[in-house]
Ligand binder design. Sequence first.
Ligand SMILES: Cc1cc2nc3c(=O)[nH]c(=O)nc-3n(C[C@H](O)[C@H](O)[C@H](O)COP(=O)(O)OP(=O)(O)OC[C@H]3O[C@@H](n4cnc5c(N)ncnc54)[C@H](O)[C@@H]3O)c2cc1C
Length: 379
Amino acid sequence: MHDIVIVGSRCAGAPLAMLLAGKGHDVVVVDRATFPSDTMSTHFVQPAGMTRLAKWGLLDDVFATGCPPITTARMSTGPGEELELEIPLESALPGLAAPRRYLLDKILVDAAVAAGASLAQGVSIDSVIPDGDRIGGVRGHTADGAFEARGRIVVGADGRHSVIAREVAAPFVRDEGSTSAGYYTYYRGLEADGVETYFHDDVFCVVAPTNDELTLVGLAWRQERFADLRRDVEGNFVATLDRLGDIGERTRSAERAERFVGSAELPNYLRKATGPGWALVGDACYHKDPAPADGISDAFRGAEFLADAINEALSGGDETAAMADFERRHAEVAIPLLEAAVRVADFDNTPQQRLEAFIEIRMHDAQESAELVASTSDA
Ligand SMILES: Cc1cc2nc3c(=O)[nH]c(=O)nc-3n(C[C@H](O)[C@H](O)[C@H](O)COP(=O)(O)OP(=O)(O)OC[C@H]3O[C@@H](n4cnc5c(N)ncnc54)[C@H](O)[C@@H]3O)c2cc1C
């Protein structure tokens, strides 16, 4: 019997495992994937996420992968309508970054193991094990046979298609649907002007330098266009870039280095995050359209808040009160950011309105980062 069983070991599950194992709790973290491995996601990490990586002592590892520090941003709301700025950064950060997920997630997993968590990779969880009126564990399978783990608290950090959320029938607190669909890929030889973000009439675009001397380019359109776009992904991708300014030309003179990855399932929701013996964190609990590029930072925040609550519950505190406190604290931050993300991703809004919603999120982000730095230096 473990203290905590965590299903999912990427941006939410691995830091949660690291933080709880670091407090001396017996943690097992299970993932159907093995590490290092990639996952479907672009990977620009915003200030709050970078500041948590610094707080956790993982920032040097991230930059040691070779992803360049990003210190400038270009934001565009139409052809010729561009704003260039220095990204305001806390002194702990040499820049923001877009580390590839196969690298970032491995750093997080290694940190969890180094803190004392047991990692079970290549294990697919199928169901929860009830224990009276609580959840008492999980059942699943590996390539070799059955798997079972029991714990006082079971956490679903298992992403958008969370088996734990399904099994406990966690209801939506907010469900704002899905408005966009996108594709991303990587180019070699494409110069990026820091992070470039385009909020044009019917398109969203992000460009950011990443590892392996590649540049990430992501595009999003109205969700209804996805079926049409899929018929000629490359043609539609490049034709759209051509309408955004010189990014089309720069892309044409570069070499595409990877396949296109696409999704039309980019929902906006917040689920009930706790119940007797269980909790949800990361995308399992809270998902937003990726345009504000906040999912990694959101998962880190959720992991930290949940670690505080579980630590309190396992250290003699009142579990129900601690988990209710987590749920309230998480929702208080999550709901306004969800509402703003929906406005960023709604192509019925003008580019200016979408940019304003994006800036609203970034203002929150800057404040959260400053508070994190202040609380870390107080500690
Ligand atoms: C197209 C796209 C672009 C994005 N771009 C960005 C961006 O630029 N910046 C940003 O911050 N965020 C971005 N995001 C969001 C970000 O990817 C997620 O918010 C983040 O990955 C959430 O982390 P997580 O740990 O909750 O879930 P995940 O990263 O999805 O990890 C869940 C883990 O659970 C495991 N798992 C699932 N089910 C089971 C099971 N039954 N048994 C065992 N293991 C299981 C999976 O194998 C996986 O490893 C993007 C998302 C998408 C879809």
